[in-house]
Design a protein around this ligand. Structure first.
Ligand SMILES: C[S@@+](CC[C@H](N)C(=O)[O-])C[C@H]1O[C@@H](n2cnc3c(N)ncnc32)[C@H](O)[C@@H]1O
Length: 335
């Protein structure tokens, strides 16, 4: 295995919830996080600046992950890992409370519009999760070039329990607000276009913040039902379903017929994770038709969340409704 084999293609979808970072890095060291690292130059700079820290970068854009991985390999940096994840997913599922020693967010949400229902990185629930993951004394550095975003962030940060402002004002319009800062790719563009960024610097205090536990995997969902209908009839009777329950959206889209099975394509959007998965309806015993198992297909690394358990239940309800004598025999669902 090359030195950097571990850096490749890590993702919140496949990493353990929560992740044992000491095991992943092969050493115990302070954890520094950058969210939305773009092409990774700032992250690489941090890794060089702090050789005694373990650096983690979170990004949603695949092309950024590829660029950062190439840079890390070229610079031969052993103390940095990049993870494909939405910040919301990483913060809730990968990191235990009070584990981060420092956090950097440079120019999030450039297409932010106050009047849009766009899901912003800087918002109450994500910031609360972030603060809960910071150790006492950990610094949070944020930069943005958008005035409305700066004002919104200033209000949000000031209202956050457990954070102390390190600056005399809400922000500084000067990069010296952040120690050892280098100019990022996006920052250079903003400066070139005449937008002077807003720099924020906060520190995690000893004041209690919302307690936000790690969301771990549930057991694998599993339901057994009996129905006088054969697979063909279950397939014909399948009706797509889209439902919102609280903040979770479950969409059972299409059923496909395979040998001895139906495969139901589903999209499940939960506040902390979006999953495009497949549920399987399998004939339990080939020689004894009429008993079926619903379970999660291993296609695409699905994670057994509360939303996935609920989707199995909703699929079962739909299939059971197709015949008055159909009934549930057993299930392992948390719903
Ligand atoms: C304007 S770019 C800034 C990139 C880099 N930090 C810089 O200053 O050059 C914003 C970056 O944040 C990433 N991003 C946006 N929302 C994110 C989220 N919720 N989780 C992780 N990354 C996110 C985008 O893919 C993009 O690469």
């Amino acid at each position: 295995m090359s030195d950097h084999a571990l850096t490749r293609k890590l993702s919140a979808q496949t990493l353990p919830w929560a992740t044992d970072w000491d095991a992943l890095f092969g050493r115990s060291a302070p954890l520094i996080l950058e969210i939305g690292f773009g092409h990774g130059a700032f992250l690489a700079h941090l890794a060089q600046l702090y050789p005694d820290a373990n650096l983690i970068g979170i990004e949603i854009a695949n092309r950024c992950l590829d660029a950062a991985e190439a840079l890390i390999e070229r610079l031969r940096l052993p103390n940095v890992r990049v993870i494909h994840a939405r910040a919301e997913t990483a913060l809730h599922h990968l990191f235990r409370p009070a584990t981060l020693a420092e956090v950097h967010i440079n120019f999030p949400d450039p297409w932010f519009k106050l009047d849009q229902q766009h899901r912003r990185l800087m918002q109450r629930d994500t910031l609360d999760a972030l603060v809960s993951r910071m150790q006492t004394g950990a610094a949070l550095y944020l930069a943005t070039d958008i005035e409305a975003y700066a004002r919104m962030s200033a209000k949000l940060l000031a209202e956050t329990p457990g954070l102390d402002n390190l600056l005399p004002d809400s922000w500084l319009r000067d990069p010296s607000a952040h120690p050892h800062r280098i100019i990022t790719k996006y920052e250079r563009k903003a400066l070139r276009d005449g937008r002077t960024p807003y720099y924020f610097a906060y520190r995690r205090s000893t004041t209690a913040a919302p307690d936000i536990p790690v969301i771990e995997d549930l057991p694998m969902p599993h339901l057994i039902f009996a129905s006088p209908l054969d697979l063909e009839a279950l397939h014909a009777g399948f009706t797509p379903l889209k439902t919102r329950e609280g903040e979770t959206i479950i969409h059972l889209m299409t059923a496909y017929r395979g040998r001895g099975a139906l495969l139901v394509e589903a999209h499940i959007a939960e506040p902390t994770i979006d999953q495009h998965i497949a549920l399987l309806v399998l004939e339990k015993w080939r020689d004894q038709p009429g008993t079926y198992t619903i379970q999660l297909s291993p296609l695409g690394h699905p994670r057994p969340t509360a939303g996935v358990h609920r989707a199995v239940w909703l699929l079962a309800e739909g299939l059971l409704a197709l015949h008055p004598d159909a009934r549930i025999i057993d299930h392992k669902l948390q719903t």
